[in-house]
Design a protein around this ligand. Structure first.
Ligand SMILES: NC(=O)c1ccc[n+]([C@@H]2O[C@H](COP(=O)([O-])OP(=O)(O)OC[C@H]3O[C@@H](n4cnc5c(N)ncnc54)[C@H](O)[C@@H]3O)[C@@H](O)[C@H]2O)c1
Ligand SMILES: O=C(O)C(=O)C[C@@H](O)[C@H](O)[C@H](O)COP(=O)(O)O
Ligand SMILES: [Zn+2]
Length: 375
């Protein structure tokens, strides 16, 4: 996170919600992070195991700045989004005496920002949280917008709260150690932003999918900036998902069902990729989406190594799981679909025969294949 000669000035995307905050995007953001955190007396850095060295370096720098900073390792990935882990984190906060003027920092992927955000939201009914996302997915999505949560037996993210960060620091240097399958997974959310709001994202990826996946390249930085802007525009208008924010759930109704059926062993982006292919087919079959835009889903997602289909026999179980989706009203499924490129809309109580046909289109001879991205 130290700034070196190759680093350029950070860019800032502001989230203009009731409590505005900056998303700072750049390489080597330690000075900015120290500035945002050094007014706290106590501070806890909740980090995933691969980030131990980075977390320790940050803790030392904060300690030098006079902050009583603690490094707390949390279980990796979805294992961290668990009630017992949240309980452990609350115990730690109690032991270090973290108070209302203090700060929780998350360092890691979306599972870390979701968990740390939830812990910060609930500790003393809400303390300050600063997110330092270190996967592509967390940078473009999970760290921005204040959704926090854990998983329970009833489903994914069903327990949580809206708790906005004080600031988000996207240090693109951290992407260099991210495994390729995680970069690919994050690209699913980037593509989602392209389809729902900013088609330039799709053009940039289609021009050179490999360049898009290069963690040291310029393309990924531009894709991050554009995706963060899409998310910031939406959550700035609708923090609590009373309307437009549902657009960010494009592909997630089936996606969350796939994740649950796979017991969270699939990467989130891989499941969302399949979910987007499904709703694209559904909208096409309903006469709402043109063929070219529908076909563009599978072609761009496959070009990135993302899966575009799922098991033939899984639909009955997926339907059961989708019945628990948070967007449903009065027992009816409500899906985010496209009426055209960058024209998101809702499909309520979809015709079951269309649903079956759309699923057949993504499953016939189209078993999950997504290189190494699934797990
Ligand atoms: N709150 C939201 O708005 C929101 C949005 C999208 C996704 N999410 C949630 O985010 C989670 C998925 O996030 P994710 O894809 O980042 O997964 P993740 O947090 O599980 O991270 C993926 C893996 O990458 C590792 N990792 C993280 N940073 C690394 C680095 N710099 N170098 C090497 N390894 C690193 C992690 O330890 C983990 O093993 C899901 O739980 C999803 O529900 C939340
Ligand atoms: O921020 C949002 O709103 C989203 O829907 C972004 C999604 O990419 C993300 O996966 C989110 O965690 C899903 O939220 P949920 O409310 O469907 O659990
Ligand atoms: Zn998502």
């Amino acid at each position: 996170m130290n700034r070196d000669r190759n680093n350029t000035d950070p860019v800032v995307v502001d989230v203009r919600s009731a409590d505005p905050y900056p998303v700072v995007i750049g390489r080597g953001l330690l000075p900015e992070i120290l500035e945002a955190c050094s007014s706290s007396r106590n501070l806890a850095i909740f980090h995933q195991p691969p980030l131990t060295q980075t977390a320790e370096a940050l803790r030392e720098q904060l300690a030098e700045a006079g902050v009583n900073a603690h490094r707390v390792e949390i279980p990796d990935a979805e294992a961290g989004k668990d009630l017992a882990v949240a309980g452990y984190c609350w115990d730690v906060l109690g032991k270090i005496g973290l108070g209302r003027k203090d700060t929780v920092v998350s360092l890691g992927g979306g599972a870390a920002t979701d968990l740390a955000g939830f812990v910060a939201a609930t500790w003393m009914r809400g303390v300050r949280v600063v997110h330092i996302p270190t996967t592509l997915l967390a940078m473009v999505d999970a760290a921005v917008g204040g959704k926090t949560g854990i998983n329970t037996d009833a489903g994914k993210n069903l327990v949580g709260s809206f708790h906005e960060p004080a600031a988000v620091f996207v240090d693109t240097a951290t992407l260099e150690s991210v495994p390729r399958n995680e970069l690919i997974s994050g690209m699913a959310e980037v593509v989602k932003c392209g389809f729902i709001a900013d088609p330039v994202i799709l053009d940039l990826i289609e021009a050179d999918p490999e360049a898009a996946l290069d963690p040291t390249g310029d393309t990924i930085v531009e894709l991050i900036r554009r995706s963060v802007q899409v998310k910031a525009d939406v959550v700035g208008r609708d923090l609590r998902e009373s309307g437009p924010r549902e657009n960010l759930n494009y592909g997630h109704t089936l996606g969350h069902a796939v994740e649950r059926r796979e017991q969270y062993r699939w990467r989130h982006g891989a499941a969302v990729s399949v979910g987007m292919c499904f709703v694209a087919e559904l909208a096409r079959l309903a006469g709402r989406l043109d063929d070219a835009t529908a076909d563009r889903h599978a072609s761009i997602l496959a070009s990135l190594g993302l899966p575009t289909g799922y098991h033939d026999d899984a639909f009955p179980r997926l339907l059961e799981l989708m019945a628990g989706d948070k967007k449903n009203h009065s027992g009816f499924l409500r899906l985010v679909v496209l009426d055209g490129l960058a024209r998101p809309a809702r499909m309520e109580a979809p015709d079951p025969s269309l649903m079956t046909a759309a699923y057949a289109a993504i499953s016939e001879g189209n078993k999950p294949s997504g290189g190494g991205v699934l797990l």
